[in-house]
Design a protein around this ligand. Sequence first.
Ligand code: HXC
Length: 286
Amino acid sequence: MPIPKSHYLSEVWKDGIFDNKVVFCTGGAGTICSAQVRALVHLGANACIVGRNIEKTEAAAKDIATSRLGAKVLGIGGIDVRSLESLEAAVKSCVKELGSVDFVIAGAAGNFLAPITQLSANAFKSVVEIDVIGSYNTLKATLPHLIQSAAKYKADGKTTLKAGTGGRIIFISATIHYTGLPLQTHVSAAKASVDALSTSVAIELGPRGLTSNVIAPGAIGETEGMERLVRKEDVAAFEKEIPSGRYGTVKDIADATVYLFSDAGNYVNGDVLVVDGGGWHRQGTS
Ligand code: HXC
C-alpha cells in the first residue's frame, strides 16, 4: 500500500516547487532520509538514493517513486560513504540518468550505545568515519555539480526561481554534542565535526550561491536509531521529558528539508535547524 502523503509531508507546500530538480541522498533507504526524499519527489524532484544494502536501497527507491506519477528515483546499493570512489561512481550514474545534482542530503550515519570505558578505538573510528568522512566524501563527490547548479541559479540574476533553487546541501546531525550524553562519546565527537564542516562550506561557498545547512533531529519515532537508543518500555517516560511532549515524526524532518531547499529558505545559510520539540534544552537533566 502506498504511504499516505500525510505521513511524510504537510499540506502547506505547493506541488511542483521542485520540478526539474535532482536530489542526491546518502542513507536514503533509512527511515528519516527516505521520508525527506519522498517529500521532495512528491513536490516534483527526481532523486538518487544510495546505501550499503543493495536490496533495501533498490526497494526504497521503487517505493519512493510511487509518491508522484512520472517520478524517477534511482536506488544504488553497495555504496559505503567511507569510500569516495564508490560515491563518485554513484554521482556519475545520477548525473547520467537524471541530468544534474541540485540538492544533496548527507544522511548516512552510524550509532550504538557504548560506555567510553568499553568503546574500542576501532568502534570510535568507525562512527567518525561514517559520519564525518562520509559527510565529507558526499560533499566532495557532489560539489562540482552543486557549484554548477548554484551557478545556473545565479546566472538567472534572480533571487527566486519558480521551481525552487539549486546548489544546496543539508547535513544530518544531532543534538547530542550540545550537552554531551553518556554512551554517545563517539557520536558526539562525530556530529560536532559534521556541524563544523557545514559551517565552513557555507562560509566559503556562499559567495558562489551555495547554501549549506544542518538539520539536527531530536528523538524521531519509528527509527532504527531510537530503537537502538531507547527501550520500548522507556519511551513514554522519555516523551514526557520533551517540551513538546512527543517523539518527532519523519514528517517533521521532511518538512524542515522542504523548507531549506525551497525558495522560502533562500537566505538560510550556515545554520543548524534543530527539529526536536525543544528536547535538547532538557537533555541530560534527568
Ligand atoms: C560497542 C560496537 C557496537 C556496539 C559495533 N561496535 N557495534 N561496539 N557496542 N553496539 C564496534 C565493533 O565491535 C568494531 O570494533 C567496530 O565497532 C566496527 O564494527 P563493524 O560492525 O565491524 O563495523 P561496520 O560494519 O562498519 O558498522 C558500523 C557501525 C554499525 C556504526 C558499528 O552499527 C552500523 O553499520 N550502523 C549503521 C546503521 C546505524 O547505525 N544507523 C543508526 C543511525 S542513527 P572492534 O574493536 O571490535 O573491531 C543515528 C542517530 C543519532 O545516527 C542521533 C540519535 C538521537
